[in-house]
Design a protein. Structure first.
Length: 115
């Protein structure tokens, strides 16, 4: 008697399964509710979609193209420097503007710069 496993069926490997899931898509949905004495304390709704980028775009999901935290922004440093210079310019203009006699609002002190 042999201890080797029988290979009478054609099995699928992990790569084939992942390829099929990414091509067709997989949706997992569920709710978790925690109650105590018929009083609902917590509800967690879980919705998960696993698919390829191509499939997601086919069904109208493309939020990653417009998410600022995911899209590379080349001129971020230049924009920050431009805005800091504009703040300094506006603060100088405010300091030069004489306050009107009826005004009781004191001029704002300048903020320390973060670096």
């Amino acid at each position: 008697m042999s201890l080797e496993p029988r290979r009478g069926y054609q099995g699928t490997n992990l790569v084939d399964i992942l390829d099929r899931i990414l091509d067709k898509g997989l949706v997992v949905a569920g709710d978790v509710r925690i109650s105590l004495a018929n009083v609902e304390l917590l509800t967690i709704r879980i919705r998960l979609l696993v698919c390829s980028i191509d499939k997601a775009e086919q069904i109208g999901l493309n939020w990653w193209r417009y998410d600022r935290s995911l899209v590379a922004q080349d001129n971020t440093e230049a924009t920050i420097a431009r805005l800091e210079n504009r703040i300094v310019e506006l603060e100088r203009q405010l300091a030069r503007t004489p306050s009107s006699p009826g005004s009781s609002i004191p001029p704002r002190p300048s903020r320390p710069r973060k670096r």
